[in-house]
Ligand binder design. Structure first.
Ligand SMILES: [Zn+2]
Length: 160
């Protein structure tokens, strides 16, 4: 267990969810102004929620909530957790989320490769770049609030 004031998984989830309310509100504002489309807003929120729950920087810790949330698939993250020291590269502002997206992409790619060997071909249709960008921003922002919360708590005297 982390000692106070290092944010626990639950605290992180609350902070990230609180930020989502703000970002989502801003998204609706942009939607109302016609700056973004409905699909882009949905893509952003879907990316954000997925990242908040399943791509947390704390996947570098096999006893974290983020790790356990993967349920029967959590073994997929064992190599990641053993590769990265807790709060090391996985908690870097750009390299951290990049490492997890790359890791997940590699896994999905391998599954696709195995399926293709079995004769099952999946041809994913790539959505327009604006929706991809919205999903990407959604994937990124929970990392930002997580890492900032960790850094602020460390600066205030927390361990780690
Ligand atoms: Zn963390």
């Amino acid at each position: 267990m982390d000692s106070w004031p290092v944010p626990s998984g639950r605290v992180h989830l609350r902070i990230d969810a609180g930020c989502l309310v703000c970002w989502g509100g801003f998204g609706f504002y942009l939607l109302a102004r016609g700056e973004i489309s409905y699909q882009e807003l949905v893509g952003f929120i879907a990316g954000y929620v997925f990242s908040m729950l399943f791509l947390s920087p704390d996947l570098d810790l096999s006893r974290s909530r983020a790790f356990r949330r993967w349920g029967i698939l959590r073994w997929l993250w064992i190599p990641y957790a053993s590769l990265f020291r807790h709060r090391g590269l996985s908690h870097r502002l750009l390299l951290g989320p990049f490492s997890r997206v790359l890791y997940l992409t590699a896994i999905v790619g391998m599954i696709g490769f195995v399926l293709s060997l079995l004769g099952l071909r999946i041809a994913p249709s790539v959505p327009p770049w604006r929706i991809l960008a919205a999903v990407g921003i959604g994937l990124y922002l929970p990392n930002l609030s997580h890492i900032l919360a960790d850094r602020i708590s460390s600066a205030l005297g927390g361990r780690g």
